[in-house]
Design a protein around this ligand. Structure first.
Ligand SMILES: [Zn+2]
Length: 395
């Protein structure tokens, strides 16, 4: 057992504990008790005094790519599968050190994210808890060969059902699909849908039959709208989000939006010449991203937290830059951004029984910050003092 004393906490990120300070007792991987300071009735062999530092639930990034480095994709494409596997472990640990104790990988080569998930779950390595989809399902499209080994191309209902079953059989936690063109793929048009509503419905049904859900990469308005109509569970990016789609999402517990600002922002600012076409597409969508997601926020939608880390030029461990960006770009409140990266994402992923808040019985995953993130959200980025994962201090 470890007793973490004198923790400043945010009641919104606790379950039923309303004091501003507490002592947290862990037993093995889980939280055994949360007490008013000095009132823990158990003796603990290890006591760590947090001296009033802020203790938050571990952060969740719902949109990362562990087999991409954040460097030029063409360099990653030259690596062997084995090399990509070792690199993925390092990238996952980089995110863990930044406070992200849960990652959802949204597309990896060589079944690496699924295998890494298994190794971390067996505790062979220290790393974040990973949820993974395996390959990304996509219709045959121009530019798909830019990401060799990442896609499974499907063009008919039969192929869709087969591919869903293949990924689930390989260990996928859920299914990922390309709903619109991509900024990365040469020739891809983010504004245009690339899969029909009918085919999306087939995919959602095939996934549901295997007790799981579909996540769809969607930039364009039609792609987003069709994804909602088909019952896609997580709509990734949602760059051109319309008022009609927001109306459909209000009170809708089937479909949620996972914005990924970091990639769009970095592509507009910070891109190598060889990837200049990606920057152009990102600049084109930036205004729509600003108004659409802000409207979704104002409408009270439960938004998830994603970054697209691994996609050039966003590096693993930089995930937490998204906190500051969401405040500066969308004017979101600090507490709302923190909820997006914890309890909202946990609920959307269906893992809030174990993650997302500090509560008795949940995993002892937390991030210790040197200052109050409600006064300065940058504390969640540059103020991380330590990270606790499954009851172990890992940073
Ligand atoms: Zn992505």
């Amino acid at each position: 057992m470890i007793l973490f004393k004198n923790c400043a906490v945010l009641p919104e990120l606790m379950d039923g504990f309303s004091e501003a300070k507490c002592d947290i007792l862990t037993d093995g991987k889980r939280i055994k008790g949360i007490y008013k300071c000095g009132e823990c009735p158990f003796d603990s062999e290890t006591v760590i005094d947090e001296e009033g530092r802020f203790v938050l639930p571990g952060f969740i990034d719902m949109h990362v790519h562990l087999t991409l480095s954040g460097n030029d994709t063409r360099i990653d494409n030259e690596k062997s599968g084995v090399q990509r596997g070792y690199d993925a472990l390092k990238y996952a640990q980089d995110a863990l050190n930044a406070g992200f104790t849960v990652l959802r990988d949204v597309g990896a080569t060589h079944n690496i994210a699924i295998n890494l998930r298994n190794s971390i779950n067996k505790e062979d390595f220290v790393g974040p808890t990973i949820y993974a989809c395996g390959l990304i399902l996509t219709p045959t499209e121009i530019g798909n060969d830019f990401l060799p080994g990442l896609y499974s191309e499907v063009d008919t209902p039969d192929e869709i059902i087969k591919a869903v079953r293949q990924e689930v059989a390989k260990g996928a936690d859920y299914i990922k699909v390309m709903g619109s063109g991509s900024a990365q793929n040469p020739g891809g048009e983010p504004g245009k849908p690339i899969i029909t509503l009918e085919d999306l419905k087939v995919m959602v049904e095939a996934a549901a039959f295997k007790d799981t859900y579909v996540a769809a990469h969607c930039h364009g308005a039609t792609a987003i709208h069709n994804a909602i109509l088909a019952g896609v569970h997580t709509i990734e990016h949602a760059s051109y989000l319309t008022d009609e789609s927001i109306e459909l999402l209000k009170g809708n517990t089937d479909s949620y939006v996972i914005p990924t600002l970091l990639i769009v922002w970095k592509l507009t600012a910070d891109v190598a010449e060889s990837s200049a076409y990606m920057g152009e597409k990102a600049r084109e969508m930036l205004n729509a991203v600003k108004t659409g997601i802000r409207k979704a926020y104002d409408a009270g939608l439960t938004l998830g937290f994603g970054t697209d880390t691994g996609i050039d030029p966003v590096h693993h461990g930089q995930n937490s830059e998204e906190f500051v960006l969401r405040r500066d770009f969308w004017g979101m409140k600090e507490i709302d951004i923190l909820k997006q990266a914890t309890i909202n994402s946990a609920k959307i992923m269906g893992i809030d029984k174990d993650y997302g808040t500090l509560a008795v019985g949940k995993f002892a995953d937390f991030v210790v910050l040197d200052r109050d993130p409600l006064k300065d959200i940058a504390a969640a980025h540059d103020g991380v003092v330590s990270v606790v994962k499954w009851g172990k201090v890992v940073r």
